[in-house]
Design a protein around this ligand. Structure first.
Ligand SMILES: Cc1cc2nc3c(=O)[nH]c(=O)nc-3n(C[C@H](O)[C@H](O)[C@H](O)COP(=O)(O)OP(=O)(O)OC[C@H]3O[C@@H](n4cnc5c(N)ncnc54)[C@H](O)[C@@H]3O)c2cc1C
Length: 369
């Protein structure tokens, strides 16, 4: 006799991983509910929201919520810089709140129920079903997409992220001193030890932020003060501030148990080197939904058995992350900027290939306005 549950699949977290998984699972025929602590999936966004080209190939994001950024302008602490690009490659900066609301609308259109203002606290697996305490529902499977400090991992005895970068950001309206064709990245081990500072010209605002390794205090105001003379932030207005933690220790294990799996940040699916997690949330949110649907509808194997071998191990990226966390001295960045070895390394990191020949101006001349 089969046990009857309220839902086939309950997902905790209405963000990149949860909403992508929910839509895919519903399209595959599952009855899906998403539980979200915030009042609205687009509220209190904690990410810069830059989508790499590979992620935009997984989800067809409406162009109205994005801006194409064609290259990277990489600065040394001296503010000397070099431009990097690869013809055909672009990053998308996003109006992330609008993107999140669009992802939620798409999931609802596919038949998903989203319960906002509802915080998952605990649950148990019993009699072939997952029983949630809050909200009091049962599901045949539970997917934890509840971010870096997962409550689902706590409740079901799964592993948790232990290594983090800390990111802080200020959103400026009316800041026009950054060339919008570039994502601006600043190397500076005294301001952003273990990572970088950035300026991301988005569809509506410019996001100025930085991230540091977990034991260093992010000094965003110091970065702004140091670069004020060049970028004139004081002529613009801060409209929002945000901060958040970014897992950088790689995939957690175990990330699954009977009837429960973690995905996205909760599973540690963030590149330890670039700190990008949206691409992996889209990709593995979707693929985990397919594996869960197969498990529940077609007596397929446990979902983690299907996706495990494809989940990234980040071996090289983790090694580079450890090296970076020692913070190369600023004099070294000043010396290396513009040199072929740093250019080659940066091209590979940002574009996964060597990049274009010729100058950015020549390339930009061929772009539509
Ligand atoms: C400052 C900063 C900048 C970043 N910039 C980028 C970037 O530009 N590009 C990129 O690719 N990555 C970036 N990242 C990483 C990226 O944001 C994450 O990898 C991505 O958001 C992970 O998506 P997710 O769906 O797994 O989880 P999250 O986006 O963290 O969403 C988790 C969701 O679960 C909800 N939730 C949590 N606990 C509960 C609970 N108990 N009950 C109910 N709901 C709950 C939360 O409210 C949230 O909606 C950045 C991260 C930070 C902190």
């Amino acid at each position: 006799m089969s046990v009857v549950a309220d839902y086939d699949l309950a997902i905790v977290g209405a963000s990149f991983a949860g909403l992508t998984a929910a839509r895919s699972a519903a399209l595959r025929g599952l009855k899906v509910v998403v539980i979200e602590a915030k009042k609205d999936p687009g509220a209190r966004i904690h990410t810069t929201g830059i989508v790499v080209r590979e992620a935009a190939e997984t989800v067809d994001i409406p162009h109205t919520v994005t801006r194409r950024v064609h290259g990277i302008r990489l600065y040394a602490p001296s503010t000397k810089h070099m431009d990097l690009f690869a013809p055909g490659y672009a990053f998308l900066t996003t109006d992330t709140a609008a993107l999140m609301r669009w992802l939620a609308d798409e999931a609802i259109r596919a038949g998903v129920k989203i319960l906002c203002d509802t915080r998952f606290t605990t649950g148990r697996y019993e009699g072939g079903l997952v029983h949630l305490e809050q909200p009091a529902i049962t599901a045949r499977y539970l997917l934890g997409c509840d971010g870096a400090k997962s409550q689902v991992a706590d409740a079901f005895g799964l592993a948790k992220n232990t290594k983090f970068l800390i990111g802080v950001e200020a959103e400026y309206a009316g800041l026009d001193s950054f060339d919008p064709r570039f994502l601006h990245c600043f190397l500076d081990s005294s301001i952003a030890p273990g990572y970088i500072a950035w300026a991301a010209p988005g569809p509506k605002v410019t996001q100025i932020g930085l991230a540091t390794k977990g034991d260093a205090k992010p000094a965003l105001q110091r970065f702004i003060d140091q670069t004020e003379a060049r970028f004139k932030y004081s002529k613009a207005e801060i409209v929002e501030r945000r901060s958040g933690v970014i897992p950088c220790g790689g995939l957690v294990r175990p990330y699954a148990t009977d009837g429960v799996m973690l995905m996205g940040d909760s599973a540690g699916l963030v590149s330890p080197l670039t700190a990008g997690g949206i691409k992996l949330s889209f990709e593995f949110g979707r693929r985990s939904a397919h594996a869960i649907a197969d498990h529940l509808l077609n007596a397929g194997p446990p979902p983690e058995q299907i996706i495990d071998s494809d989940l990234p191990r980040f071996r090289i990226k983790s090694a580079l992350r450890s090296a970076l966390s020692y913070g190369p001295p600023n004099w070294m960045y000043n010396l290396l900027i513009g040199t072929p070895p740093l250019r080659a390394l940066a091209q590979r990191l940002y574009f996964h290939r060597k990049g274009g020949g010729g100058s950015f101006e020549e390339f930009a001349g061929k772009l539509a306005d």
